[in-house]
Ligand binder design. Structure first.
Ligand code: 4AD
Ligand code: MG
Length: 430
């Protein structure tokens, strides 16, 4: 038996092969049935005729969608088919005749589909998104490896608050009391630069955010990078090179999948350095002129990000936010102590923040004050202060959310389709 993947059939025209997969669609008449078979590598049409199959044909004629099958037949060139070939079947083995599949062709609401996420991921759109996610993550890793960064796997259980104590998930940890699920790997990456210079991590990140927006998950994947001797402006340059690389490579590799999502890729092809740069002060001015009620000192809201990103066709950095709107570790601005040397990167077409980054505070006194002002417990930061004692250096880094970036690349309205099993305020099943 010459078993092959659907994606390999093109190399076997005229030969007899066997494919294994699921019935994604079926059209039947008394004499002939057209099955669309999905095997994970692709979709292909199988033509099954009563004459070729004999008495097995009656089963095929009524075969429910999502039944699992093995089909043997001849590969025939068919330019009108996806992949350019189809299978003319001479035999079938049915592994399991599916029960009636709950997801049909009619429109289903998001809650219904999310509750059936374990089945929903089989649909062509979801398959395309998951493939693009795989490519994106691979290009993220490639960029860092090609640029001299070393992967550091940072812990999930932490005792040091990395960002903001208001959205922590806590876990009882044996006799040690409470630990938190990681909000960021950053502080651990900061330790690792003293060993390895340039490092990155890529892993799940947890935030107990009570936000029901199209941009928020409670569990998401973040890639973070950190580099010794890197200043604020170096950090922005790294980010624009990084984002351009991952977008260009993903778009090039995934054009069939993006076409399936009907994503117009022209705007993505324009993503190359340099990106726009706007100070926080300027951003507030632009926003107020465009109808926002933001006041100086506030962090940008989701609507503010949407307004700003519709003004530009490339990502835009918003630089130097007020200290009070940002996390404790950001380095104080040299001329304006009320600001920090940070930037958020907003993706165009209304997508908004995909990166948060900054130079890190290396002055232990300013750092201590920031920790206290944020209501954090300095005792838990002993190890972090050590990094400012033993060969401290200027350093910077950033974190990019995989799901928000994927939503932008795929042109999706909501991040819930960008992760295999989304975790949100009201959703932890399946
Ligand atoms: O801006 P954030 O909070 O930055 C950090 O965590 C830094 N420690 C990163 C660093 O400097 N090493 O988060 C970074 C990115 C955001 O820009 C966004 O893309 C994503 O993580 N993100 C979320 N994505 C989905 N759901 C959420 N609830 C998210 N929160 C942040
Ligand atoms: Mg942020």
């Amino acid at each position: 038996m010459n078993v092959c993947l659907v994606s390999e059939m093109g190399a076997h025209v005229g030969e007899q092969v066997t494919i294994r997969g699921w019935v994604a669609n079926r059209r039947s008449s008394g004499k002939i049935s057209f099955l669309i078979i999905r095997d994970g590598s692709g979709f292909c049409q199988a033509v099954v005729e009563r004459e070729a199959l004999g008495e097995d044909y009656e089963e095929v004629r009524k075969l429910p969608l999502e039944s699992s099958v093995e089909l043997t037949g001849t590969v025939v060139a068919e330019p009108r088919s996806e992949g350019g070939v189809e299978l003319h079947a001479s035999g079938i083995k049915i592994f399991q005749k599916s029960e009636e599949f709950p997801i049909g062709k009619k429109e289903h609401g998001p809650d219904f589909l999310l509750g059936l996420r374990h089945l929903w991921i089989r649909s062509p759109r979801q398959v395309a998104i998951l493939r693009i996610r795989d490519a994106l993550v691979r290009h993220v890793r490639n960029f860092f490896h090609e640029n001299g960064f070393t992967l550091i796997d940072t812990p999930i259980f932490t005792t040091t608050v990395g960002e903001d104590s208001s959205n922590l998930f806590s876990v009882e940890y044996f006799d040690l009391g409470r630990t938190y699920l990681s909000q960021t790997g950053q502080l651990y990456l900061e330790a690792a630069i003293f060993a390895l210079g340039k490092v990155f991590c890529l892993g799940p990140t947890f935030r107990a955010e009570r936000s029901k927006t199209r941009r928020h998950l409670t569990e998401f994947w973040m890639v973070e990078a950190e580099a010794a001797f890197s200043r604020h402006q170096d950090n922005l340059e790294l980010q624009e090179n990084f984002v351009s690389y991952i977008v260009q490579n993903t778009v090039r590799e995934c054009s069939p999948e993006l076409a399936k999502l009907q994503r117009d890729t022209e705007p993505l092809k324009k993503i190359e350095p340099p990106f726009h740069r706007l100070s926080y002060d300027e951003a507030v001015e632009v926003l107020r002129k465009n109808g926002s009620d933001i006041v100086w000192g506030d962090d940008l809201g989701g609507d503010d990000e949407t307004i700003l990103t519709q003004l530009y066709d490339k990502p835009v950095f918003i630089e130097c936010y007020p200290r009070k709107a940002k996390a404790f570790y950001m380095k104080q601005h040299p001329e304006r102590p009320e600001l920090v040397l940070c930037a958020d990167l907003l993706a165009p077409e209304g997508y908004g923040e995909i990166i948060g980054g900054s130079e890190r505070e290396d002055d232990p006194e300013i750092l201590m004050k920031a920790i206290l002002d944020n209501g954090l417990d300095p005792e838990r930061y002993g190890w972090y202060f050590d990094l400012r004692k033993y060969g401290s250096v200027p350093h910077s880094g950033f974190g990019l959310g995989i799901e928000r970036t994927l939503a932008w690349i795929c042109g999706l309205k909501h991040v819930r389709e960008t992760i295999p099993f989304p975790r949100m305020l009201y959703r932890a099943y399946p």
